[in-house]
Design a protein around this ligand. Structure first.
Ligand code: BG6
Ligand code: MG
Length: 222
């Protein structure tokens, strides 16, 4: 019989909160280029790739490819500066304890992040040993909301997608998890209500309750 064998975690907004640094880096670029960019605009960039973020920031304006590349590199250099300041204290409340409890249930654990900096962030957080697989912005061509990344991570964990639960804080990530055929837990309030289950954060997830709720649905599905 099918049972849940793996948990796949988005990184930004689930394990740590780097959205503010992405915002500050894009804001610096936008200010230098005279483009309007607000915190509200930044909310629409959650979970989407660097290129898609730039396209949204440009709001329909077009740029030659060489400039697109140069702007993305500049934004990333600003973002990397901010990452210098992060460390183990930046793991979100309750996350270490949650990951330790997952191990007690023999679950395989993976990261599924759109970020090309995901491995660096996980290393700086001191969590590299906590995950069996890290899927990042280099793993697949089509990023969230396409299903590819979560299918890739589940495959690398050697678990069928329908036996994996994805934890996501962004609408694009929930869309990707559902399209992949995974179970999805939405975290926070950023329009994730279309996930199978929602909690305010990982710290509030009751692990036995979550596993039995998903298991009941799996058994019903045969
Ligand atoms: C996601 C973030 O995890 O990674 C997005 O939520 C970001 O805001 C995306 O744009 C890509 O990140 P990076 O580090 O490759 O520019
Ligand atoms: Mg996220």
């Amino acid at each position: 019989m099918s049972h849940i064998r793996a948990f796949i975690f988005d990184l930004d907004g689930v394990i740590t909160d780097t959205a503010e640094y992405h915002y500050l880096a894009w804001k610096r670029l936008a200010d230098e280029e005279g483009l309007p960019f607000s915190r509200q605009d930044n909310d629409a960039l959650r979970g989407v790739s660097r290129r898609e973020s730039l396209l949204r920031l440009l709001k329909g304006r077009t740029l030659p490819e060489a400039d697109m590349q140069a702007w993305m590199e500049r934004k990333n250099a600003y973002y990397l500066d901010y990452l210098q300041g992060i460390g183990p204290d930046d793991v979100l409340h309750g996350v270490r304890d949650f990951l330790a409890r997952c191990r007690a249930y023999n679950l395989r654990l993976g990261i599924g992040s759109a970020s090309k900096n995901a491995r660096l962030v996980v290393e700086r957080l001191g969590l590299i040993e906590a995950f069996d697989v890290i899927g990042d912005g280099y793993s697949v061509v089509h990023s969230k909301p396409a299903p590819d990344l979560f299918i890739w991570v589940a495959g690398a964990l050697r678990v069928p997608v329908q036996e994996a639960v994805v934890f996501e804080d962004a609408p694009a990530g929930v869309d990707a998890a559902l399209a992949a055929g995974c179970w999805c837990v939405g975290l926070g309030t950023a329009q994730v209500q279309h996930a199978h289950l929602c909690y305010p954060s990982l710290a509030e997830v009751n692990l036995p309750e979550l596993l039995s709720a998903v298991q009941a649905q799996l058994s019903r599905a045969g």
